[in-house]
Design a protein around this ligand. Structure first.
Ligand SMILES: NC(=O)c1ccc[n+]([C@@H]2O[C@H](COP(=O)([O-])OP(=O)(O)OC[C@H]3O[C@@H](n4cnc5c(N)ncnc54)[C@H](OP(=O)(O)O)[C@@H]3O)[C@@H](O)[C@H]2O)c1
Length: 236
């Protein structure tokens, strides 16, 4: 049985990762900003009272990262998979980060959640990842962060935050390879969630199941790769 830590488990892809890992019989340490209002996550807790543990975590808050690390360390001896899933499109819903609407506050928030928090989470949880025989870090990125594939304007903050996350993944893979930790940047596809919106062509069940299989079969030689949900390598 593996121990899986997931950020942003309240809804969307994070909730689906939680649900599917629980169905597989793994122990899931699910985190979200407001556990009390995360209704579907609480329903899962009724179904899996032992293997699901829920933690309150805003990934941008250092005191919360420190607190839950201590709590997690008391509950499990190691983390096998860290899924850095929490993400935002915008730091201000009223501003869309297109030319003429570029705001440093928006950039700051988006970079803090999408780029820096996965690095800070990985750094914080390193002692527990190092205790696993075959630890993996899956940073949920986006094709929007591919510089090579970017051929439209707009989405300055989101696209550049995911490009930064891709670089962070690559650097982390270099730092962690000798420790046997596989670090991946994974694009989940365009999926129907609050973020993906109603026009998204895919429901979440299949791509998340494919990502779970992908994370399972990747090896240390794959560390530092930018992959889509089907395992195809993407251009940086
Ligand atoms: N859906 C797509 O089409 C798509 C495509 C490419 C990449 N992605 C990536 O996939 C990931 C999940 O996206 P999604 O579609 O599931 O989005 P979503 O439905 O908007 O859910 C986002 C999740 O992130 C959490 N979150 C946001 N800020 C947080 C913070 N500071 N601390 C902790 N949790 C925070 C949210 O929690 P609250 O409930 O508290 O707000 C929510 O659980 C993101 O990284 C996204 O960039 C999605």
């Amino acid at each position: 049985m593996k121990n899986i830590f997931i950020t942003g488990s309240s809804r969307g892809l994070g909730l689906e990762f939680t649900r599917q890992y629980l169905e597989k019989g793994e122990t899931v340490l699910a985190s979200c900003r407001n556990p009390d209002s995360a209704k579907e996550l609480q329903e899962l807790k009724h179904k899996y009272p032992v293997t699901l543990q829920i933690f309150k975590l805003d990934v941008t808050k250092e005191d919360e990262r420190n607190k839950i690390f201590k709590e997690v360390k008391m509950n499990v001896s190691n983390i096998d998979i860290l899924i850095n899933n929490a993400g935002i499109v915008s730091g201000d819903e009223k501003k869309s980060s297109v030319l003429g609407e570029i705001y440093k506050e928006d950039f700051g928030k988006v970079f803090l959640v999408n780029s820096m928090a996965p690095l800070l989470m990985s750094e914080k949880f390193l002692p527990l990842l190092e205790k696993s025989d075959n630890a993996k870090i899956a940073n949920i990125t986006s094709l929007t962060g591919s510089i090579a594939k970017r051929n439209v304007g707009g989405k300055y903050s989101y696209a550049s935050s995911k490009a930064a996350l891709n670089m962070i993944t690559k650097i982390l893979s270099n730092d962690l390879r000798d420790k046997g930790i596989t670090t991946l940047a994974i694009h989940p596809g365009w999926i129907f969630t609050d973020m993906g919106g109603p026009n998204a062509p895919q429901q979440k069940e299949e791509p998340i199941s494919m990502i779970i299989d992908l994370v399972e079969r990747t090896e240390i030689s794959d560390s530092g790769k930018f992959l889509d949900w089907q395992g195809n390598e993407l251009p940086w």
